[in-house]
Design a protein around this ligand. Structure first.
Ligand code: NDP
Ligand code: KPL
Length: 340
């Protein structure tokens, strides 16, 4: 049976996912808007993956109006609820919904049929009303991808996706069928029994790099090689790891992180891409939700807290090159002050 796969949002990740999933022969429907919608309708989508070009001709429209077997939601976290609501017709009770957003997921505290709540996320309860925990799959995508033009994404690493049910009552037959589609599309996918652990490992990398690069304009490899940036990144990682350990998760070491940054090369994180384009930053999911969760557990993340303040009070993002050393120095002074 040909699966119907929806992709909501045709930015970096959505364009790459639509192109790859279509290679499997699945019927792909993309919800896109503006110039991007027009470009996909006229040229289809493409992905240049380390020199090889893949193309696809998905159905593209402002919203998906038929119920899909699975829907990947590839928007920034602040657009997650509005994008899902706009595409509610694509989501039946059985549709698998896979939010591809970075950061702390809104479903992190789901148990049984209760989706739970996470500070700052889904404040109006829209997602809780529309989605049942059994139909949500958590996802962690390791892929460094950016747009070449309105309909073509460029990626510099093998896309590796981890997906997993967030509660015990998920539909395993549907998940197996989806896995086959993803593998056939060339997306190396693993099905995780504990997707929360994977989410937190990715969040470790995001907390350590995304806000810092949005402030300083640094590329991922610079975070690994520049001593001052590396020190801040690893302090951010230490703070987050300490909360995660207390919550029962074992996150990888700083050596692993440093290698990851260096191996990623000359790549602007998704938050730096947003800062450069003057778009809203994913501060709620990547920074504020984890910070508040740490505080509610009786801890704190002073570096992260001061970094959020630096970002929210910066006159421009990324900050001008001559402002960066001052901002970093202030971060250390404030953090040492608040720790001591
Ligand atoms: N880029 C990367 O390498 C990585 C990104 N991620 C994460 O993946 C998620 C997606 O990121 P990315 O693809 O980079 O983001 P982009 O900003 O490139 O793409 C998001 C797209 O969604 C569109 N969109 C938003 N709302 C709607 C809607 N209601 N209907 C249709 N389209 C909509 C946006 O349109 P418009 O421009 O009109 O707002 C935009 O084209 C983020 O959480 C990011 O942090 C994860 C791993 C790596
Ligand atoms: C590439 C990576 C892992 C950086 O932390 C990412 O997820 C992003 O850019 O948001």
């Amino acid at each position: 049976m040909t699966l119907k796969i929806g992709i909501i949002g045709a930015g970096n990740i959505g364009t790459a996912m639509a192109t790859l999933v279509a290679q499997s022969g699945a019927m792909v429907n993309v919800a896109a808007r503006g110039d991007r919608l027009a470009a996909i309708q006229s040229r289809g989508t493409s992905l240049i993956d380390r020199g090889s070009r893949f193309t696809a001709r998905p159905i593209a429209a402002p919203t998906i109006t038929d119920a899909m077997d699975a829907v990947f939601v590839c928007v920034k976290s602040q657009s997650l609820a509005s994008a899902i609501l706009a595409n509610a017709a694509a989501i039946s009770q059985d549709t698998l919904v896979i939010p591809m957003v970075n950061g702390m997921p809104f479903w992190f505290n789901a148990k049984g049929s209760d989706i739970g709540s996470v500070p700052f996320l889904d404040p109006k309860g829209d997602l809780a009303k529309l989605l049942k925990p059994r139909q949500i799959l958590g996802a962690v995508l390791l892929m460094t991808v950016r747009m070449d033009d309105e309909s073509c994404a460029i990626s510099s690493n093998t896309p590796t996706l981890s997906i997993g049910p967030i509660v015990g009552s998920a539909d395993t037959n549907r998940i197996d069928a989806l896995l086959q589609v993803l593998e056939a599309g060339g997306i190396r996918t693993d099905l995780c029994g504990d997707i929360r652990q994977k989410v937190l490992v990715k969040l470790l990398a995001n907390i350590a790099t995304n806000p810092l690069t949005a402030l300083t304009g640094a590329m991922l490899n610079e975070v690994g090689t520049n001593p001052a940036l590396r020190e801040v990144a690893l302090k951010l990682a230490d703070e987050f790891r300490s909360w995660a350990n207390g919550a029962g998760y074992d996150l990888p070491s700083n050596d692993w992180l440093t290698d990851l940054f260096i191996d990623a090369g000359d790549f602007p994180t998704s938050m730096l891409q947003d800062a450069r384009a003057g778009r809203a930053l994913e501060l709620d999911t990547i920074c504020k939700a984890p910070l508040e969760m740490a505080r509610r557990a009786g801890g704190d993340m002073p570096f992260l807290s001061h970094l959020i303040t630096e970002i929210e009070t910066a006159t421009s993002l990324p900050a001008a090159a001559d402002q960066v050393p001052t901002a970093l120095a202030r971060l250390f002074t404030l953090s040492e002050f608040s720790e001591g």
